[in-house]
Design a protein around this ligand. Structure first.
Ligand code: F6P
Length: 323
């Protein structure tokens, strides 16, 4: 292999730049020409790539987001879109592709691999809903941002003796909410994975009030059956009393746009380098991640069929810890 391309796709994740830097520099060390694709699969279809040298990725390791740009590209989900992308790549002499992204992006990468193009994925999403890496790229930073917000919210909630509902991202996965809730000392955590009625949540908040707590922090996953707006509405409709005055905050994209933590810079670096090593060794159609502290390359077939569960100890202990 002489020419390798790299792209970032889907929701950006802190640490993507560290991964891009590692792909470029590891590729150069292996005497490859490395091409950076602009704006995810959109750039692949449009043929928007440029050659990246070592200096082009200088001083990016500390930056959030992705210097390549990203997109959610519906056209690449069609066979015609992928054929066009492959035609352009082959025309440019590019023989391999590294895809840094989450679930949807890796599904696209798998389809591309099945069409015969060598692809290796880097597990990257703040949601941590991708099988093949215990923690995906961006999660640590997103968690730290959520925690810092929760710490601040606790201060103001205590001053006013309020309950604060904090909504965190994660799509349909409750990982961010569970871990931020536990590390942030939440009184209740609302997850998509656990069926719970507004009445039970109101009860937990009221119990905290009766125990004399100066605040109640409720961390709510955006994908839960009741998000923060839904919960507030349900409390009102069902005349549920919680003791405290209630306020809510939706953290949203703030969690995605942060400066990558040390852990995410190192993870991006390790996975970016590993992706190049895999593709050069001819091991394509795999996703690189870290499981139980070890680097693993998981075949896409296993990635799509695997079920990633929430860490059971934290899930089972959340209520006890909230007392
Ligand atoms: O997958 C990352 C994520 O930030 C999710 O947590 C969130 O639900 C979604 O992306 C938002 O998507 P978009 O960037 O398309 O608005």
């Amino acid at each position: 292999m002489k020419n390798l391309a790299v792209l970032t796709s889907g929701g950006d994740a802190p640490g993507m730049n560290a991964a891009i830097r590692a792909v470029v520099r590891t590729g150069l060390a292996k005497r490859l020409t490395v091409w950076g694709v602009a704006n995810g699969y959109t750039g692949l279809i449009e043929g928007s790539y440029k050659r990246y040298g070592s200096r082009d990725v200088g001083s990016i390791i500390q930056r959030g987001g992705t210097i390549l740009g990203s997109s959610r590209c519906a056209q690449f989900m069609s066979i015609e879109g992928r054929e066009l992308a492959m035609h352009r790549l082959r025309g440019a002499g590019i023989e391999g592709l590294i895809v840094i992204g989450g679930n949807g992006s890796q599904a696209g990468a798998r389809a591309f691999h099945q069409m015969g193009f060598p692809v290796v994925g880097v597990a990257s999403t703040i949601d941590n809903d991708l099988y093949g890496s215990d923690q995906t790229l961006g999660v640590d930073t997103a968690l730290n941002i959520a925690l810092s917000a929760i710490d601040n919210l606790k201060v103001t909630a205590s001053s006013h003796r309020r309950a604060l509902l904090v909504e965190v991202m994660g799509r349909n996965c409750g990982y961010l909410a569970l871990m931020a809730g536990i590390a942030g000392g939440a009184e209740a955590i609302v997850l998509p994975e656990v069926e719970v009625e507004p009445e039970q949540i109101a009860h937990s908040i009221q119990a905290a009030y009766e125990r004399g707590k100066p605040h109640a922090i409720v961390v709510v996953a955006e994908g839960a059956r009741y998000n923060t707006a839904g919960l507030v509405e349900a409390f009102k409709q069902q005349h549920l009393l919680v003791g405290y005055d209630i306020r809510s905050t939706v953290l949203g994209y703030v969690q995605r746009g942060g400066t990558p933590t040390c852990a995410d810079r190192l993870l991006g670096t390790r996975l970016g380098a590993a992706a190049v090593e895999q593709i050069v060794a001819g091991n394509s159609g795999v996703l690189v991640g870290i499981c139980k502290g070890e680097l693993v390359a998981t075949p896409y077939e296993t990635v799509v069929s695997g079920i990633k569960l929430l860490p059971s100890w934290y899930l089972e202990s959340a209520d006890i810890l909230a007392q």
